[in-house]
Design a protein around this ligand. Sequence first.
Ligand code: F6P
Length: 541
Amino acid sequence: MNTLVEKLKSTVRDTAATDIRAAFAADPARFSRYSLTLGDFLFDYSKCAVNEAVLAGLEALAKEAGVEAKRDAMFSGAVINITEERAVLHTALRNRANTPVLVAGRDVMPDVNAVLDAMGAFSDDIRSGRLTGATGRKITDVVNIGIGGSDLGPVMATLALAPYHDGPRLHFVSNIDGAHIADTLKLVEAETTLFIVASKTFTTIETMTNAETARKFVVGALGEAAVGHHFCAVSTALDKVAAFGIDEARVFGFWDWVGGRYSIWSAIGLPLMIAIGKEDFADFLAGGHAIDTHFREAPVRENIPMLLGLLGFYHRNVLGYPSRAILPYDQRLSRFPAYLQQLDMESNGKSVTMDSKPVEGQTGPVVWGEPGTNGQHAFYQLIHQGTTIIPAEFMIAANGHEKELRHQHELLISNCLAQSEALMKGRTLTEAKAQLLSKGMDPAKADRIAPHRVFPGNRPSVTMVYDSLTPFALGRLIALYEHRVFVEGALFDINSFDQWGVELGKELATGLLPVVEGKESAAGHDSSTAGLVAALLKAAR
Ligand code: F6P
């Protein structure tokens, strides 16, 4: 692997691959050469520092890392999450072909379909008012209590699909900070609210504590007997749910082969289904399935998730870029960067190989972003003229949902395309100076000012275009990124499906609670921690 990476570094130097601007000037067919379509989805990577030699090198990397074989192992239900000894089969949840998917020799599709049917019936009943609160009033508000993968997916997708939202209002509570649930409870009435307690493990302290607070809210307003009418749960830990007192008929299960950050397709998607209805939810699943089929069947050079993953590896390990920006020109995708932070950074923020050795080279980059055009007025300055190169990933719909505001959509498109063009082309010193002189500036001043107005250019970006942000398009986009994370993980040779890094914080917080409560001494903790505890206890009212 290392030899191939080193070889690619020489290829980049020898072929001046990073001079993207020159490559465009030399090749009028560059866009068609380095873009792909899948239905209405267009993936343009022509503004990256690639050429035939670089792509051949990346293909060789994929081959040496066995990416295609690893992909096939994932889809076949092999135990690829080796530290937790689990299969990784979120793809089965959106397997609209309904072909058998075997885990330890047993087809999981009947169970998957049964839960989907149960979710469909329940969400129909809530949406239609057949299922009511304890006093017979229709449910107008649904509060999802969950965190991480049990929150970010439903939050992001509900916002993304706002034009399809015709069910009850949705609210999301995740943070252990009491402010989150307190502010939410002010917006709802107990009589007309359904709480979904969403937790894969049903042990997560944030979710369990917020669920207890919600339960007190319901009991305080309507009495203990009302709890059954106002709660339902989503979990893999059915025994723990029963102990919380939620009726079995209101529990929607999933399985240990669904990772938290890959669980939007499972019963964790229940709030989304209640919002948009089971038919639109099925379209969302179909979008994910379309990418699965493409990922499994297309050869590497025609395979969008494969290329996106290879480009990610290239940026990180060959060109040395430490982060990537996710820049949706789609206000309703405003939580997509946060969603991808968990998907990508919790999956690929690792340093140990599948053979339990330290990784050589770099693993996942820092993932961050905000929707355009807002980001343009905040951090784009650094992307254009800073000393760090940040590959950008733009996404834009050809059509907004607001037909009457077409002009605003045209402005959105022109801004999106202008940014990627500016990043690639930049502005040379000569161009900057000529522009100043043409405005009548005196030459001495133009000499002084021009360097500040130089843009280095050659800054890489990919652009993704889709017809409009439908449930299908959203499902496709999420699945595309899931598989890109998979491809990068396969190239890094790490396990993308565990998250031990998160567990340490959980353990330490549990240990510190009695100290913060003043029940135990801080002795044994470092002096900073002890000092901070003392200051906080002194100030506590
Ligand atoms: O943040 C760590 C994590 O384990 C995530 O992977 C997961 O999505 C989240 O906590 C919530 O876990 P659970 O669904 O079990 O409450």
